[in-house]
Design a protein around this ligand. Structure first.
Ligand code: BT5
Length: 321
């Protein structure tokens, strides 16, 4: 019924439609109309109600555009140059191409749908339209390639804080790149780079944010592992552009800190936000599985696992159980 009501409101575009007209069209009482309007509002729809005129839809949460994002941006550079596309293969591919064409630092490519969203190690990233937001940021730090993983950790801190300041939710980080709510993944980060042997040309940070998914939007095998901000907010949706703008703001702030002060404060904040640290974990990589006590991370983002014999194992790339 809510879909039908929404359709009626959308069909009338900017004009008002009276409660009586809606109740006739949908075959429900005016009280029921009002109740459905309230439900829509809870889900982020902004609907004006004017005496004797009726209702008017002024804002739809599930529509994102470059304008919707830009209107909410409080950054100097990040996202100020913004390409928004309804559908792409992967925003990473688009951003790589733009980086090759000398697009400046802070340029963002965002999409509603990715046909081939990618995770690490060529794993797929589910990018259903109308639910989340998938975007990539071009950075051009003057660093050596081996320090690029620091930017994954920077992004993890920034995404965690960006989500909490926009939603009041309290996500945490799982090494190296998972953002979790209630133990389930709500965002993922993929860092790739274009580099000379000793200098980075561009780092492309891809961020996948699950925002308004319902459980059924995830395939069965992901339902126990993945979540969305709305699912962790009693089903109430967020405006995807709000979340995106908040994450970009947080990214810009932490990136400025990184450039002026180095990695130390990011590392400290990362360790505060990470569930991985201070617990026993199992790191599974292609070549081996290592169990141990997660002591912390190094200056270059490597996870340190203390073994029962006291030796420290360095984990460069793995999945953590
Ligand atoms: C990641 O990889 O978590 C990095 C994801 C980065 C996605 C962004 S979206 C914008 C940009 N463009 C791209 O094409 N990619 C980036 P990884 O740690 O390898 O996690 C991948 C695993 O997470 C998959 O094997 C699934 O098990 C699970 N997964 C896939 N889609 C998911 C989703 N939407 N939400 C939660 N988990 C998901």
């Amino acid at each position: 019924m809510r879909d039908k009501l929404l359709q009626v409101l959308e069909d009338t575009a900017d004009a008002y439609v009276s409660g009586q007209q809606i109740s006739r069209k949908l075959g429900i009482s005016r009280t029921a109309v009002w109740k459905h309007i309230e439900e829509l509002r809870k889900n982020g729809y902004e609907i004006e109600a004017a005496p004797r005129k009726g209702y008017r839809l002024t804002h739809t949460p599930n529509r994102v555009s470059a304008d919707e994002i830009k209107a909410r941006l409080h950054t100097n550079t990040f996202g100020q140059r913004l390409f928004y596309k309804e559908e792409v293969t992967s925003t990473q591919e688009e951003a790589h191409e733009l980086a090759g064409k000398h697009e400046p630092e802070g340029t963002v490519v965002a999409a509603d749908k990715q046909v081939k969203g990618k995770g690490r190690l060529d794993r797929p990233w589910l990018s259903t339209p109308g639910t989340g937001l998938w975007f990539s940021i071009i950075l051009r730090p003057d660093i050596r390639p081996q320090y690029a993983p620091q930017l994954t950790l920077l992004a993890a801190v920034a995404v965690t804080e960006g989500i909490s300041s926009a939603t009041g939710l309290d996500p945490c980080i799982k090494w190296p790149n998972d953002i979790l709510l209630n133990g389930k993944k709500t965002a993922g980060i993929l860092t790739e780079m274009q580099s000379d042997p000793d200098r980075v040309q561009a780092v492309i940070i891809g961020i996948g944010l699950n925002i308004n998914h319902e459980t059924d939007d995830f395939p069965p095998d992901l339902q126990s592992k993945a979540t969305s901000l709305a699912l962790e907010n009693n089903g109430a949706a967020f405006h995807r552009a709000d979340i995106t703008a908040s994450v970009l703001k947080s990214m810009e702030q932490w990136y400025e800190t990184y450039l002026t002060e180095g990695f130390a404060s990011i590392r400290r904040r990362w360790e505060e936000l990470a569930v991985t640290i201070g617990t026993r974990v199992r790191a599974v990589s292609r070549s081996k599985t290592v169990e141990g006590y997660a002591e912390g991370i190094t200056e270059d983002g490597v996870l340190l696992l203390k073994q029962s014999d006291g030796t420290i194992e360095k984990i460069y790339s793995a999945d953590i159980d």
